[in-house]
Design a protein around this ligand. Sequence first.
Ligand code: IVH
Length: 727
Amino acid sequence: MADIEKAKQRALELTREIDRHSSLYYERAAPEITDQEFDALLRELRDIEEKHPGLISPDSPTQKVGGTVLAAFEQVRHLVPMQSLDNTYSEGELGDFVRRIQKLLPGETIPLTIEPKVDGVAIALLYENGRLVRAATRGDGTAGDDVTENLKTIRAIPRQLPDGAPARMEIRGEIYLPKKLFAKINEERDEQGLPAFANPRNTAAGSLKQLDSRLVARRGLEAIFYGYGAFEGTLPRTQSEFIELLRGFGLPVPGKLWQAQTTDEALAAIRELGIIRHDFPYETDGAVLKVDILAQRERLGATAKAPRWAIAYKYEPEQAETKLRDITVQVGRTGVLTPVAELDPVFVSGSTVARATLHNEEEIVRKDIRIGDTVVIEKAGEVIPAVVKVRTDLRRGDEVVFQMPAHCPACGDPVVREEGFVAVRCGNLHCPAQLSRLLDHFAMRGALDIEGLGDKVALKLVEKKMVRTPLDLFDLQLADLAPLNLGTEDEPHTFGEKNAQKLLNALERSKTLPLWRWIHAIAIPDVGAVTARDLASLHQDPAALASSEILRDIVRLDERTVPRKDVSKEEREFLKQEADALGEKLLAAGAATKSKSAKHPRDVNPAIGPVAARAVLGWFASDEGRRTLERFAQYGIHPLGEEPSSASASGEGPLKGTTWVLTGALSAPREEIAEEIRQAGGTVSGSVSKKTTYILAGEDAGSKLEKARALEVKVLSEAEFREMVAV
Ligand code: IVH
């Protein structure tokens, strides 16, 4: 084959691969390869195109900036395109960058700043006369998703800037999930036998793409800003002053900026940043070297893809090699057995690592990890130590293949492998390891927040067999609790009457906590805090969950949409019709959303995933579930859903038959007002459409109000609304 033919074929292959990985990265937030591997593919394609410019097509990934634009959000054009940065892994190329700008601005002193390259999700905020009017993702660089409502849930982002803000200012930055929160989420996922999220950036991207901003509010996202697009007003002279300006407005900015005049000074700053970055709350994947004086930037300009006044230096992900001494097994609160790598301590990404979760048996088999191996470790999201690969070339032959124990290491009961699931569980509901973790979970803040039930008390209650399931706590009396010895025989330390009473009071208080907290607390496998909230928003009380038609419909829809080959054409058609009907039903119940790209009702997104739906129904149908409901009644535990199910949404009342959208700052939390509307017979929706009857607009109403006006939907003030419900 001629050279050019070969090049053409390879370019085509690379384009397909890159597009696939781009879509995995940007749209599904589930990358299969590392940034380095992605960059290498892009570089190979760029090299081919440089040699054969005739092969460059306008659709080539080298001609695009970021991901593609999703259809589910409204699209907005950026006032100034959001460009990308040229990047390099080589210190030498930084020298080339400095020489290049010196050549372009001959004889001038060009001060540089160095700042962290935050590995988050790029965002542009538009402030007009100090008020936040719009937030958009990068999208394809020209237009992005309007995520204003989602961004408003991030506490660090001011909706109103203090006096003196420019007439119009579009600022650029990153949304990120703090490393610690990411670690916590993955810990929870491990506990539930769910696959871990790959890194904070993807988790943040996934959260931002939620159409329901309430889900975003729960994620704990943060933001940091470092640049601008459009700016109407007096621009500061330098980057450093610009960052100070943002800081003065109360916007989060990088904690430290370095100044440099020469390549060597820049390199020293980059190295220093390379060390301290591990202590930042956000993930960083590099340093950005920028021309400090904004007027010089103007004169340097930009290429089609990136500015000439900045370059990103990417740090290689830190890896370390160490010996895998052993694989131990931990028992989580849902009984899931998690294998843990016991390592020779080694320093990586800012701290010493001696243990790393191996998640599950499948992962060990997939990576062929054996006891005695030399392994390469890295921190996922710079926080969680992970074994990335094995140095099989260093094997000596005495390495031992790991076998998941057939019995629980804590109680000795046989373990259970559920078909189709990667997790292996201890089947003993009274397993002490499981139970004490279950009690910790039951009492923790996001669950029932039971003051006084610390680790020690929980362990003691388990040891003394005073508690065999969390609900046994409600049988405890002051006389049982007060004399508990939390110390040792030699150094006794009694729990005492006062603490015991506190614990009993906390238990009493918990009986009327919202439903989602209880769903979270009872630790149904595959149901985390976020799902618990979603379940609670669709159901009135625990009994409604146990017999939930919505959950059954979600499972049915899933069964009907699994592609199957063994069915006839007619049957497939019938299944499709059934699935469409189920999709419609779920939409009507407010238990699913439909993106603009969904062609059929069966393509809806149920609020609860089918795995969780099955888990909940299965759990309530089990002996444990049935017994739990009986005991709720026995102890007077009456958790209630925060929003009644949509069954009451279209009920009787003065607002019967009306659909409402709430926007802007109202006198009470939105959920409270939404609840009032539902109580009065109305329906509340998250987005404005032709079906919307009224918009209830508070202060600072943003894009929804604009859209309402465009669709000629009637806009009401809170006072007008009050009048209507008072009828
Ligand atoms: S300046 C014209 N500064 O990294 C683009 N970008 O890989 C100027 N990023 O598109 C961007 N930290 O989304 C700049 N301190 C920082 C940054 C930063 C992260 C992002 C940004 C950019 C991407 C390029």
